[in-house]
Design a protein around this ligand. Structure first.
Ligand code: BG6
Length: 284
């Protein structure tokens, strides 16, 4: 199964576990996106270490989410009794709606989440020197609808003890490790134990400075009022069957979304758009 989407730039072929994936090559970068979850599993600029982390133990099965890359969390975040954790978008096979090449050489792939629900959900991925994701949710129903969304991005880092995260100072957060609500006092956040925090009411750009790989990752967003920072550390890594025991040393999740009190309510006919732009540069 090989389907040419944009000659020389994008092709659909069989990926791991027999699941179809779109493989993209631009002048500046390579990327891969599975239809399963509309899941970006890979983005790498030429001559650089990949920007996204993908677990070596990730399962590629239609009933399971992929571990790493950018899972799309929708329409709820976290556990929900009797339903899959983090919603159904990450375990649904999305439809490829459109693919195009811009005059500047950027590849655009547009996905649609098949659903019986009144919320119509689309994802547009743009691949160039940077990676950009736009999630569009439209209420096609006759009643108000409420949802949470999150682009649960796993970044590849050199070492967990050589990174710092800027952009969160002064924000309040829900802490899932020591339950409660706190205010971020640190000028930059570092990780030396399990961290699982939902920062609320923040639209700030996040910068991850990686001293080992000598780069700064920048996550710029719009239409997102929450940022999640997650690293499972030792014990939780050991509990996750699709995640290596030592992989917490090389990954960091910085997730952009609208969660908890930032959840989104759409009137009939209304639309929400969240855009996340991921880029990197040498540290300042
Ligand atoms: C994070 C949550 O966003 O996702 C964590 O804050 C959770 O609590 C993590 O453990 C991974 O979730 P899952 O369902 O992919 O194992």
């Amino acid at each position: 199964m090989i389907q040419e989407l944009i000659p020389h730039y994008a092709v659909m072929l069989e990926g791991q576990g027999g699941l179809p994936k779109v493989v993209i090559k631009t002048e500046w970068s390579d990327a891969e996106i599975y239809l399963h979850g509309a899941h970006v599993t890979h983005f790498q600029k030429k001559g650089e270490t990949p920007l996204l982390f993908l677990s070596e133990l990730s399962e590629f099965e239609s009933s399971k989410p992929i571990r790493g890359g950018i899972p799309i969390i929708f329409p709820w975040f976290g556990p929900r009794e009797g339903f899959p954790a983090h919603g159904y978008a990450r375990t649904t096979d999305w439809k490829l709606k459109q693919s195009a090449l811009s005059s500047t050489g950027e590849v655009m792939i547009h996905f649609l989440l098949p659903s019986e629900e009144s919320l119509e959900t689309e994802l547009i991925v743009r691949v160039a020197q940077q990676l950009s994701l736009e999630m569009i949710v439209t209420n096609r129903g006759e009643n108000e609808a409420t949802f949470e969304n999150c682009l649960h991005t796993y970044f590849q880092i050199g070492a967990i003890d050589s990174i710092s995260i800027e952009g969160l100072t002064g924000s309040s957060y829900l802490d899932k490790v020591t339950p409660g609500t706190f205010t971020e006092a640190a000028g930059s956040v570092t990780i030396a134990s399990e961290v699982d925090r939902v920062y609320l009411d923040t639209t700030a750009t996040i910068e991850i400075t990686d001293r080992k790989l000598g780069r700064t990752i920048r996550v710029a967003k719009s239409g997102s009022n929450s940022t999640v920072v997650w690293n499972p550390w030792i014990a939780k890594s050991q509990r996750m069957p699709d995640f290596g025991d030592a992989e917490y040393l090389q990954m960091l999740c910085v997730e952009s979304g609208n969660l908890a009190s930032n959840k989104i309510t759409l009137a009939p006919g209304a639309k929400s758009v969240m855009t996340v732009e991921i880029s990197n540069a040498p540290p300042a």
